[in-house]
Every structure is written in structure tokens, then in C-alpha cells.
Design a protein around this ligand. Structure first.
Ligand code: ZN
Length: 161
């Protein structure tokens, strides 16, 4: 069953989370212009609040976190996956770098890609207290939010998506 935003009309969802797009891009990351710093639009409410808190904590330590990518709709994720299949030749190879829409936490609005590398390393060291965990060995930039991470700690890293 798809996750839905608040029903305003009984029996009718106003928006399916998977259909809500995120920004396609954003202004250049002020500390490293190879990346962008997009608005966190579309992140799930709890993840959005946790993202703002994470940024504020980092800023206190003079670390600037750029949101190189956050929310994606299923359509946006599918486009990335299709591109990766084209680039790597097979779905199996593509899967190591990009997840199909039904598996990606970017589509549910609970994942962020943080750049540059030093900023992501800061999140890896300090994000858990706010529910942010790195998930993959081959993606230093990708973090997922869950309230349970605060109490339970981060799950073990997986080799790749
Ligand atoms: Zn990611």
C-alpha cells in the first residue's frame, strides 16, 4: 500500500508520497562548487526536522552540509535507474549504484546525499544522535533517517545498495 499524505477528502489521498518530486537541482554548494545544495523540499516531516537539526549542529562546528540530493519521486528515481542501466549495461550492475524506485529511501523522503566528503564524514560521526545513519560502504554521502537509530544505533554497513 502506498504511503499517502493527509487525506482532506475522506477516502481520497491528496498526494502519494512516491509521487511527490524533489528539486531537480539547487544552487552550487558554497564550500565545494562541484556539488549543489538543494532545498530539502519533499522530505518526510520527521526527516525534514532532523535534517534542519543536523545542519544546525554542524554549523555550530563550522561544518557546512550541502544537500546534494534529497527527495525524489518514483519517476525521478526511475529516470536515474534507467540512466544507470544504460551506463553500466545491466540492471544487476546498475543496482550497485542506483536503486530502483520501489527500493529507494529517497523516494520515501527519508534519505539525503551529503557533500562534500568532509561534511559527510562529520555526519557519519555525529548524525546518529539525530537518527541519521550511513548505509553503504560504497556511498560515503548517503544517509537514511529513522527514529529507531537514536536508541538502537546504526545498522551495519552494507557493501552497496
Ligand atoms: Zn542517496
Amino acid at each position: 500500500m502506498p504511503l499517502t499524505a493527509t487525506d482532506r477528502v475522506a477516502g481520497r489521498a491528496t498526494a502519494v508520497v512516491e509521487d511527490v518530486p524533489g528539486p531537480e537541482s539547487g544552487p552550487p554548494c558554497p564550500v565545494d562548487r562541484r556539488y549543489v545544495d538543494e532545498r530539502p523540499d519533499g522530505l518526510r516531516e520527521d526527516a525534514l526536522a532532523a535534517w534542519h537539526r543536523l545542519r544546525a549542529e554542524a554549523a555550530k562546528k563550522r561544518v557546512w552540509l550541502c544537500l546534494n540530493d534529497g527527495k525524489r519521486s518514483a519517476a525521478q528515481q526511475r529516470r536515474e535507474f534507467t540512466d544507470a542501466v544504460r551506463r553500466f549495461g545491466t540492471r544487476e550492475l546498475a543496482r550497485k549504484y542506483v536503486l530502483p524506485p520501489e527500493r529507494s529511501m529517497h523516494v520515501t523522503g527519508t534519505a539525503v546525499d551529503v557533500q562534500p566528503h568532509a561534511a559527510a564524514a562529520w555526519v557519519e560521526r555525529n548524525g546518529r544522535a539525530l537518527g541519521w545513519c550511513r548505509r553503504y560502504e560504497n556511498e560515503y554521502w548517503h544517509f537514511e533517517h529513522a527514529a529507531s537509530h537514536v536508541a538502537d544505533g546504526c545498522p551495519e554497513l552494507l557493501p552497496n545498495p
